[in-house]
Design a binder for this molecule. Structure first.
Ligand SMILES: Nc1ncnc2c1ncn2[C@@H]1O[C@H](COP(=O)(O)OP(=O)(O)OP(=O)(O)O)[C@@H](O)[C@H]1O
Length: 637
């Protein structure tokens, strides 16, 4: 070996290592899955590159992963003949540079009560899990396109530093040698290792081999030789998705999911489809049980499915196979129709990919629909984790809007405490045939939605209203106007005519406005000037004095505020002030003298702004006005 150099681990890497070394993991054995998974990825990469240049295989086309044990020295070795790493790659991948995942992993562990156990692997810290069971780790590796003299030796005990040097390494690929801690003897046992491979890595696409001593041919001869151990395959080594469905057990599906997704938990459900005909492809789609801790941050991060072509791994996170709003799905697509040299650019505009994409969407929505039907509790859990993401589909996927809409769940006035449990089908079922509108309100919070004055008439008439309080809802509803022939309308926008929505035909519900009230409304409008578009008598209010109503296509105030805060310039739009002419405050206003009239009118308007969660343009004037009126009222009393 040429001279080795010492390097300090990057601080965050060291923190991860400390966690591995000092925390008590209930599931130590996952280190083997992580290392075998890395080895399998390395074999995948080499197989892919060798399609262009088979010299990279250096005459060794049988890609495989070996697990070897040296009981005396307490060594466990995981060796692959995959792509290998250069010195720079070793430093980058397992040493100096903290990858974004490492940082986030730590943040999540620090924030949560989780000891990190569930998180390993989700954040690209898989390799470091070796230090859960090892007090010293050595990596010997050489890239398949490097000279034999350019091998790399890396070693560390996980505390502060690692050493790196150059070695001769006749064969490409990587060898990870774990020196096991004193109390980790079980991982030196042949049967433990076999059963772990069996459990976690049975269906990765490459043979995992262990040494096996064949039985002696004949043991009665004195000098019968003990046969030499031979490398024997200990896993199925058949890509799971290629097997007939009848031959795959649920446990097989679950363990393969863990390999594909690096998730520690079982998947919630899956769909496996083998399509033959004008198109030939297989998809194996999984719905995770829970969102990864940092899931919502991942909108711009790699997403998608693993793409294989004719059983050859082509790429991770093939985003063209999966729309953004299904980015929580995991899995594999294997196509017989794509060329092996397909690139990301080629995928972008490829008719075969478009068809697979459409089918993946269909299958994913089917899977969710089935979950909703068969397992209400499971579906609620899914909705809690990924519902907001699925809603993006209403905007992004016109063609599947109705299907996605069927999967949405809302809170409603029926039982606001029950949470998001109401489907549109539930709503329609309860509403009855007479009601031709699905009513909803969007607001900044559930409390704001629940207490909105806009709901008053709906409460009085017993009409259910969906209470939408997710940030995305107002944006979503801008694209979503009809479901199964029923209109979707906001209770806070446009005219409300409930004549068609109640069994008791009450005419067109237009309030009788006396001449005196008309004059009052005109006066109020004049007093409010530019702040409102109009002042009119309300059909919505039964208890409150006033509320603000938007035009049918106007943006809800909370979304407007959010966008304005983000610096977006929006066209001006003014609300209408609707007034409950029977309300005592309004009656009081009618009796007010000229000097008080303006104050009372502004107060009614300002109340309406506050009631929908808005901010006053001039809070100080509001306070002064309020005080004037309180004092005047108490003096009069
Ligand atoms: N056996 C190996 N052969 C070649 N490269 C490897 C091998 N093991 C690890 N690496 C490299 O080191 C990187 C870091 O590995 P690590 O297991 O920590 O994270 P990861 O596999 O990228 O992420 P995740 O575990 O979330 O999939 C890998 O991405 C790969 O580039």
């Amino acid at each position: 070996m040429t001279q080795t150099t010492q390097h300090a681990f990057q601080a965050e890497v060291q923190e991860v290592l400390n966690l591995m070394i000092h925390s008590l993991y209930s599931n130590k054995e996952i280190f083997l899955r992580e290392l075998v998974s890395n080895a399998s990825d390395a074999c995948d990469k080499l197989r892919f590159l060798s399609l262009q240049d088979d010299a990279l295989l250096e005459g060794d086309a049988e890609l495989h992963i070996d697990i070897a044990v040296d009981k005396e020295k307490r060594l466990l070795t995981i060796r692959d003949n995959g792509i290998g790493m250069s010195r720079d790659e070793v430093m980058e991948n397992i040493g100096t540079i903290a990858r974004s995942g490492t940082k986030r992993f730590l943040e999540q562990v620090k924030q949560g009560k989780d000891d990190g156990n569930q998180l390993i692997g989700q954040f690209g810290v898989g390799f470091y899990s070796a230090f859960i069971v090892a007090d010293h780790v050595t990596v010997l590796t050489r890239r398949a396109d490097a000279e034999p003299g350019e091998g790399v030796h890396w070693s560390s005990d996980g505390s502060g530093e690692y050493s790196i040097g150059q070695i001769d390494r006749p064969h490409h690929g990587t060898e990870v040698i774990l020196h096991l801690k004193e109390d980790e003897d079980e991982f030196l046992q042949d049967w433990t290792l076999r059963s772990l491979v069996n459990r976690y890595s049975d269906h990765i696409g490459f043979p995992i081999r262990m040494l096996e001593t064949p039985p002696a041919a004949d043991d009665d001869g004195e000098d019968a030789e003990t046969p030499a151990p031979e490398w024997k395959k200990v896993n199925q080594a058949s890509a799971l998705w290629t097997l007939p469905k009848g031959e795959i057990s649920d446990d097989d599906y679950r363990s393969f999911y863990k390999h594909v997704s690096h998730d520690f938990e079982d998947p919630r459900c899956w769909a496996h489809n083998q399509v033959e005909g004008s198109q030939n492809y297989t998809s194996l789609l999984y719905l995770p049980s829970h969102a990864p801790m940092d899931f919502m941050m991942q909108r711009d991060e790699p997403r998608g499915l693993k793409l294989y072509v004719k059983r050859v791994f082509i790429m991770d996170a093939a985003e063209h196979l999966l729309p953004n709003y299904l980015r929580f799905m995991r899995g594999v697509v294997d196509s017989d129709d794509l060329p092996l040299n397909v690139s990301r650019e080629l995928l972008q505009d490829n008719p075969t990919v478009r068809k697979i994409h459409a089918a993946v969407v269909r299958r994913s929505l089917d899977l969710l629909g089935k979950l909703a039907n068969d397992d209400a509790e499971g579906y609620q859990a899914f909705w809690g984790d990924f519902g907001t993401v699925l809603k993006e589909g209403i905007v992004e996927d016109n063609g599947n809007r109705e299907r996605i809409a069927g999967l949405l769940r809302f809170t409603s006035t029926q039982d606001p405490e029950a949470g998001d449990v109401v489907s549109l089908a539930d709503y329609i079922g309860r509403a009855g045939d007479d009601q031709d509108t699905i009513w909803y309100i969007t607001a900044e919070s559930l409390a704001a939605a629940k207490h909105s004055p806009h709901l008053e008439i709906f409460r009085k008439k017993g009409i259910e209203v969906l209470l939408m309080h997710d940030r995305i809802d107002e944006w979503m509803m801008g694209y979503f106007h009809e479901f199964e022939g029923k209109k979707l309308r906001s209770v806070a926008k446009g005219d409300v005519n409930l004549a068609n929505d109640t069994e008791s035909a009450e005419g067109d519900d237009k309030p009788e406005v006396s001449e005196a009230d008309s004059a009052l409304l005109e006066r109020m409008k004049a007093a409010l000037g530019e702040s409102v578009q109009d002042v009119r008598a309300s059909q919505r209010l039964t208890d409150s004095a006033a509320c603000l109503v938007l035009g049918e296509h106007d943006m809800a105030p909370h979304l407007r505020r959010m966008l304005e805060q983000a610096g977006q310039a929006l066209p001006d739009s003014k609300p209408v002030l609707e007034v409950n002419t029977g309300h005592p405050l309004v009656r009081r206003l009618a009796d007010a003298g000229d000097s008080d009239f303006e104050d009372w009118t502004h107060l009614v308007h300002e109340q309406a702004v506050l009631a929908e969660g808005g901010q006053l343009d001039d809070p100080a004037s509001f306070v002064a006005r309020l005080n004037r009126l309180i004092l005047a009222t108490s003096e009069a009393a």
